[in-house]
Design a protein around this ligand. Structure first.
Ligand code: UN1
Length: 513
């Protein structure tokens, strides 16, 4: 019932449009596939959503192209004003949208609220940014010449997002793209279409109030096929994709074949190093939040803990103590810290990874069970696992999107720990706990962590939006969100202006005609 009232508040009816344009309610249209949405909390049915057909998709592209012609001419600070209003509207809907995130995705309500807060924060950031899309000016080598560079809107930006941050990651891309003058086409995960529809309603309201075309923000719901249409489509100059490395490799190849731009934010295999100079209590608490927060389903989740031999037993004992008291259950219950996994498949992946790591010689020292009983109705709840393992194990090398923490021991200097930390294919987030300046600075140096995010005395997850977000190697190399990530969403132009009466050539070339 609460669910129903939230859907109503957010303007969602049980049967929803496949896309932002031409909304039809009430009846499944022929020829359309549908997605049935069940909550991971207890497996109950929430709603049915239609997916976009190729015709729907074409219609969305057409509307987006039309909208782009209008939007690119709106001055950037005025675009910022629209994004500011979206931020205000998100503040108004924060509780309801946060709860819908919890219902649909299963993260605890605190984290659902945190996710909406990330959206609000990026709106504020993008609003300020709308007056700061700076280019350099440079001195020309020729007399009476001036040179500068400017950034223009790129056009249509395709956003492919994952279930785990069903709305925040979209907003990082969409709000930045919007102030840059781009229009967006969003394909959310087919596991979380409802939160996407809610966002679409929120932005549509604001656009309508400002007499702007709805096609500035577009939504296309569908499976990998829709993602493929987007990746192949030369009308979309930039595809920003967040998700698994497998998906990213497919998207990147298709986009590259048409020489489009792709911005990838893919898997992580994030580690925390705990040195003998760490504040152990801080390190352990940060590890627990990083490892079990969002039930291990963040791309920044702490998956490996690289601990010095001299403090290893202490860390291990303290971790187990905390794990033993972790409240697992309904993510709407404010005392719960660990909610369900997204679906049955995720539970199977968790179980299989634990089996295979044990076959390789890993030792399961805590958790790993799939929880049964009434409180855990649909079998999506697991006890977060701690495994003693070695970094080179095939299972440890992979990102398993579930709460498994691998404990890895190092015996020598911090260089050895850094070497272990870097010895994976992924390069998203990393952290060191130490009070020793030399260790901390080495970790942050060119010879240190090879990740896009490297923290000192802070865990691997929970980054702020103000920094550029993304990572190296198989994480895909893209940067989303803050800092100067906006530049990727614009086309860059170098301009040289001759205000004299002669025509001197650069490099001193003489060419008299
Ligand atoms: C993700 O998991 O895809 O740094 C994004 C964090 C969050 C974002 C995670 N701010 O954990």
């Amino acid at each position: 019932q609460e669910m129903e009232s939230i859907l109503k508040q957010l303007g969602i009816r049980p049967l929803n449009p496949a896309y932002s344009t031409g909304q039809q309610w009430g009846k499944i249209q022929e020829g359309k596939k549908e997605i049935k949405v069940y909550t991971p909390i207890n497996g109950e049915y929430i709603a049915t959503v239609q997916t976009a057909t190729r015709e729907d998709y074409e219609e969305v592209i057409r509307k987006a192209q039309e909208a782009f012609k209008v939007w690119r001419k709106v001055p950037a600070p005025k675009r910022g004003e629209i994004v500011r209003q979206i931020g205000e509207r998100l503040r108004f809907y924060k509780d309801a949208l946060g709860k819908l995130v919890t219902f649909e995705m299963g993260k605890i309500y605190q984290e659902g609220l945190g996710e909406v807060q990330e959206m609000i924060d990026i709106c504020d950031f993008a609003t300020g940014l709308s007056r700061q899309l700076y280019g350099f000016t440079m001195h020309s080598e020729r007399p009476d010449h001036r040179m500068y560079e400017q950034y223009h809107p790129l056009g249509l930006v395709g956003i492919i997002s994952a279930f785990n941050f069903p709305v925040a990651v979209w907003s990082w891309n969409a709000m930045i793209a919007a102030v840059c003058g781009d229009v967006c086409i969003w394909k959310p995960s087919e596991k979380t279409p409802l939160t996407a529809i809610a966002c679409q309603h929120i932005v549509s309201e604001v656009l309508k109030e400002n007499n702007l075309p709805e096609g500035i923000f577009n939504l296309v719901i569908g499976d990998a096929e829709v993602g493929k249409w987007m990746a192949e489509d030369p009308r979309i100059p930039l595809i920003s994709a967040t998700g698994s490395t497998r998906m990213g490799k497919q998207v990147a190849q298709v986009v590259a074949a048409r020489l489009g731009k792709s911005l990838l934010e893919l898997g992580g295999n994030n580690a925390i190093i705990i040195t003998p100079n760490a504040n152990i209590e801080m390190a352990v608490r940060a590890t627990v939040f990083g490892a079990v927060g969002t039930c291990g389903q963040r791309c920044t989740t702490t998956r490996r803990l690289i601990v010095h031999d001299s403090v290893y037993e202490e860390v291990k004992e303290r971790l187990i103590e905390i794990y033993e008291r972790l409240p697992i259950g309904n993510p709407l219950d404010p005392s719960v810290l660990v909610g369900p996994l997204i679906d049955k498949q995720a539970v199977d992946t968790f179980v299989k990874a634990l089996e295979s790591v044990q076959k390789e010689g890993g030792k399961l020292i805590y958790g790993g069970e799939v929880l049964k009983g009434e409180a855990y109705g649909n079998g999506h709840y697991v006890k977060p696992a701690i495994v003693e393992a070695e970094n080179h194990f095939a299972t440890v090398q992979e990102e398993t999107f579930a709460p498994i923490l691998y404990l890895i021991r190092y015996k020598g200097e911090v260089e050895e720990a850094i070497e272990i930390q870097n010895s994976v294919k992924q390069g998203l987030s990393s952290a060191i706990f130490t009070q020793n300046l030399r260790e901390a600075e080495l970790f942050l140096s060119a010879a240190g962590s090879d990740c896009g995010i490297a923290n000192v005395n802070i865990g691997t997850s929970g980054a702020e939006i103000g920094g550029a977000f993304g990572g190296e190697k198989e994480t895909g190399g893209g940067r989303e969100s803050g800092s100067d990530a906006w530049k990727f969403y614009m086309r860059r132009q170098t301009n040289t202006i001759n205000y004299g009466t002669a025509l001197p050539l650069a490099q001193g070339i003489k060419f008299d005609v």
